[in-house]
Write a protein that binds this ligand. Structure first.
Ligand SMILES: NC(=O)c1ccc[n+]([C@@H]2O[C@H](COP(=O)([O-])OP(=O)(O)OC[C@H]3O[C@@H](n4cnc5c(N)ncnc54)[C@H](OP(=O)(O)O)[C@@H]3O)[C@@H](O)[C@H]2O)c1
Length: 323
């Protein structure tokens, strides 16, 4: 039997690719899902080696006992699960309380539950999936300085901007860092930017829907801002490196490509001319780039942007998402 690792939120976009990679490397995987029998998790059972080496556990991030049961006896943990907003926010003011319950509490308490169970299980290392949203939203960062792992999103600024998802990730990651410091648990955090690429799961996740919408909606006008993207398969590789490399520590920005929104859409249009692209663009201002240098030093590299875009669009076409 290979090393035993737990992956939370197993049925999701990133976790499914991570589990596929872990199984291919000989790991025995325990995946947590909220509804093991649900059709949306069926793809997991079809992964290579899943019948021998994958077990699904029913667990909710806010139910400590269920998390503890899945993690107890594991050598390592990948905490991937986190609530994501499902669509554009219509009335954030009125939904403030709901957001705090829906997003912030599961993200923060859930992370602490996973880390507490990891400490009790004496795991070798816990990997926490944070986000570029916990890095970039910092208005005080100098405009001429590339954003590296020292850059943290400003929580007060996120509250002001009503970016509840970003706030949930910033809070969860800073709590994870403090938990590691105060208990000695080896916690490594990985911060992916917008994740694209083909899906293994059948229910489209929010970042995939972002790209689908750019091709379908025919927006009148869009802000031309810097887009920071990474392929889901490269995120899975980054998480595995962060787990396996003994020297990995602290935080890793996981960004594959940075491109202005209009240039991205022009690139897509040159590859797939017949979709309903935005009609015009407004100046979205300049923003410092981010650096994946620390992750690259661990041995990470990413595939070309064209591969990600083509594989994504071909997948959406086959799944009927672009009709
Ligand atoms: N996709 C991106 O662009 C992106 C970028 C940066 C960071 N991330 C981070 O990457 C991770 C995975 O995101 P994803 O894109 O793969 O999203 P996803 O497909 O929506 O997966 C999220 C997973 O979290 C689980 N989850 C949510 N609330 C939970 C709870 N209370 N208890 C247990 N499980 C819960 C969901 O389970 P159910 O299926 O039961 O709902 C789902 O499996 C998240 O931490 C996200 O913040 C994603």
């Amino acid at each position: 039997m290979g090393e035993v690792v737990c992956v939370t939120g197993a049925g999701g976009f990133v976790a499914s690719w991570l589990i596929k990679l872990l199984l291919s490397k000989g790991y025995t995987v325990r995946g947590t899902v909220r509804q093991p029998g649900d059709e949306k998790n069926a793809h997991l059972y079809k992964l290579d080696k899943a019948s021998e080496n994958l077990t699904l556990y029913k667990a909710d991030l806010l139910d400590y006992d269920s998390i503890h049961e899945a993690i107890s006896g594991c050598n390592g943990v990948f905490h991937v699960a986190s609530p994501l907003p499902t669509g554009p926010v219509q009335n954030p003011e009125a939904r403030l309380l709901t957001f705090s319950v829906e997003l912030i509490e599961p993200a923060v308490k859930g992370t602490l539950n996973v880390l507490k169970a990891s400490l009790e299980a004496k795991v070798r290392r816990a990997i926490v999936v944070s986000s570029g949203a916990a890095v970039t939203m910092n208005p005080r960062w100098p405009k001429d300085r590339v954003k590296d792992e020292n850059c943290w999103s400003d929580k007060e600024f996120q509250k002001k901007m009503k970016n509840w998802y970003g706030l949930s990730k910033t809070e969860a990651e800073s709590e994870a860092m403090e938990f590691g410091k105060s208990t000695g648990l080896d916690v490594v955090r990985v911060c992916p930017t917008l994740v694209l690429g083909p899906m293994l799961q059948t229910t489209a996740n929010s970042s995939s829907m972002f790209l689908v919408r750019q091709l379908k909606e025919g927006y009148e006008s869009r802000e031309n801002k810097l887009q920071k993207l990474v392929d889901v398969r490269d995120v899975a590789e980054a998480l595995l490196l962060a787990y396996e490399k003994p020297e990995a520590e602290g935080r890793y920005i996981c960004v594959g490509h940075m491109i202005m929104y209009k240039d991205l859409l022009d690139k897509l249009k040159s590859l797939y001319p017949h979709y309903n692209y935005p009609k015009s663009y407004t100046d979205g201002g300049e923003e410092p780039k981010m650096s994946a240098e620390k992750l690259q030093k661990l041995g990470w590299n990413c595939r070309p942007l064209e591969d990600t875009l083509i594989d994504s669009i071909e997948h959406y076409k086959a799944a009927g998402l672009l009709e």
